[in-house]
Write a protein that binds this ligand. Structure first.
Ligand SMILES: *Cc1c(COP(=O)(O)O)cnc(C)c1O
Length: 462
């Protein structure tokens, strides 16, 4: 499979190159040149497969030519054997036509493990084969960091640096990153917000001279490998509920637009999805664009769902690329303007956008109410991100006759503050994390200053 950049001015690459490159040289994001498409009959024939077998079916075409089938199968099997539920991504029924898809059974208790456990293995395999090393620089609003570190910590070919916004992630999230003490793992707390961290990652890709010849890689969802791995559970959930012969809808708590974009790709590949709901917290730019064609930045707010405290959603660019019929120049021009001003989309693009997505923005107060009421009604404890998805799924404009699957993106134990605010008792940490609060931590606090970050990185690399 070949991959092209959303800004139309970077070399066409294969999977291996895309996996290692992260951001495209023109500042764009890589997407497949064409997608595999499946008929209802083919999708129906996958009904008896295990999660790993299904993952192999979906992922193999994206990787074809770079890793052999046997090698890929081993990596996928190892990845999902590390999850603590036999179904890997089990569905739980909350009520009539109301389901949650539990994506928190991986080692770091959030959906990021689905992609990053596999990505770490793929990168390590390819780097070993090439006899190369890579420096990974990531930005995290909380969960990507720990999942990426967990995915890469055992690789001799990878040095990983993760920036998180200082004092703006939950303590469980921070400790999951900073208590991994290894020579190749480096945590940086930036005195700024997530967008500042993400901007520094993008700027580092644009000018990699500071690395003196080393290669820079990405584990944020700008990396296509992340999206690819997340397509699988849309298929598994749909098939479990009678798809493809029965349509389902998905409600997705959204920050960087990665997870929901994987749902959009699943739909493009032939999965019958009725509605895709973009559920945001009070950082609601995506909701404003979809509902009101208002793509304007506002000040980032610190919410009870920190993993979604994002204003500039990098993956939205991949969707825009499709909305503009893959016109890279138009995207380059639009996003160039968006750097310094508000933009709106032409009527044709808005119409397409609204035909695919519906959006809802949920406040902290509504998040707590939802956690409390769902617990009271069903005994099921939602994490604040998932609660936003459930609240959006219950919106009056959503078709209640179609089974609705909300992605449960994290385990509630990661966000005790929100659970307590909802008037409930937080759950206890699972066994493998039970001593998390006693573990030693290592991280460097740095100003929101790219030069200082680069100096710190070089001091650790040499
Ligand atoms: C990362 C994350 C999200 C947002 O996912 P995106 O792919 O960035 O939209 C939502 N919930 C949790 C718990 C997360 O960790």
């Amino acid at each position: 499979m070949k991959y092209i950049s959303t800004r139309g001015d970077a070399p066409v690459l294969n999977f291996e190159e895309v996996l290692l490159a992260g951001l495209a040289a023109d500042g764009g994001l890589y997407v497949p040149q064409t997608l595999p498409k499946y008929s209802k009959e083919e999708i129906a024939s996958w009904a008896g497969l295990s999660y790993s077998e299904l993952a192999f079916k979906i992922i193999a075409p994206f990787i074809a030519g770079c890793v052999s089938d046997d090698e890929l199968r081993v990596m996928i099997d190892e990845t999902y054997a590390g999850f603590d539920h036999a179904a890997v991504a089990p569905l739980k029924e909350l009520g009539t036509n109301e389901w949650v898809l539990e994506l928190f059974h991986g080692p770091t208790l959030a959906f990021k493990d689905f992609a990053l456990q596999l990505l770490g293995r793929l990168m390590d395999f390819i780097l070993q084969r090439r006899g190369e090393k890579i420096v990974i620089l990531g930005a995290t609003s909380g969960d990507t960091g720990s999942a990426a570190i967990e995915g890469c910590r055992h690789s001799d070919c990878i040095d990983i640096f993760v920036m998180h916004p200082h004092e703006k992630v939950s303590e469980v999230q921070r400790r999951q990153m900073t208590s991994i003490i290894a020579d190749n793992v480096h945590n940086i707390a930036i005195t700024g917000n997530f967008d500042d961290c993400q901007e520094m990652v993008k700027d580092s890709f644009a000018d990699q001279g500071f690395l003196e010849g080393r290669n820079l890689g990405a584990v944020n969802s700008i990396n296509w490998g992340r999206i690819m791995s997340q397509i699988v559970y849309y298929f598994s959930a749909s098939i479990a509920l009678g798809g493809p012969h029965r349509e389902v809808s998905f409600s997705v708590p959204t920050g960087n637009f990665g997870d929901i974009f994987a749902g959009y790709i699943a739909k493009q590949m032939g999965l019958p999805i009725k509605q895709l709901i973009v559920a945001t917290n009070s950082n609601d730019i995506l909701h404003r664009v979809i509902s009101n064609n208002d793509m304007s930045k506002s000040a980032l707010k610190h919410s009870l769902s920190p993993s979604m405290d994002i204003m500039v959603s990098s993956n939205f660019e991949r969707l825009l690329f499709d909305l503009y019929d893959r016109d890279g120049q138009a995207i380059s021009e639009l996003l160039g303007r968006f750097k310094s001003q508000s933009v709106s989309l032409p009527a044709e693009q808005v119409e397409k956008l609204q035909s695919i997505f519906y959006s809802v923005s949920v406040s902290d107060e509504q998040t707590c109410e939802t956690i409390e009421s769902v617990y009271r009604e069903t005994g099921y404890l939602l994490d604040p991100h998932t609660a936003i998805g459930v609240k959006a799924a219950r919106d009056k404009n959503v078709d209640a006759a179609v089974p609705m699957i909300t992605l449960a993106t994290a385990h509630p134990v990661k966000f005790p503050d929100a659970i307590v605010k909802a008037g409930l008792r937080p759950p206890v940490l699972p066994d493998h994390l039970s001593d998390l609060f006693e573990r030693e931590e290592a991280f460097e606090v740095l100003d929101n200053d790219l030069k200082k970050v680069h100096e710190f990185m070089m001091s650790k690399l040499s």
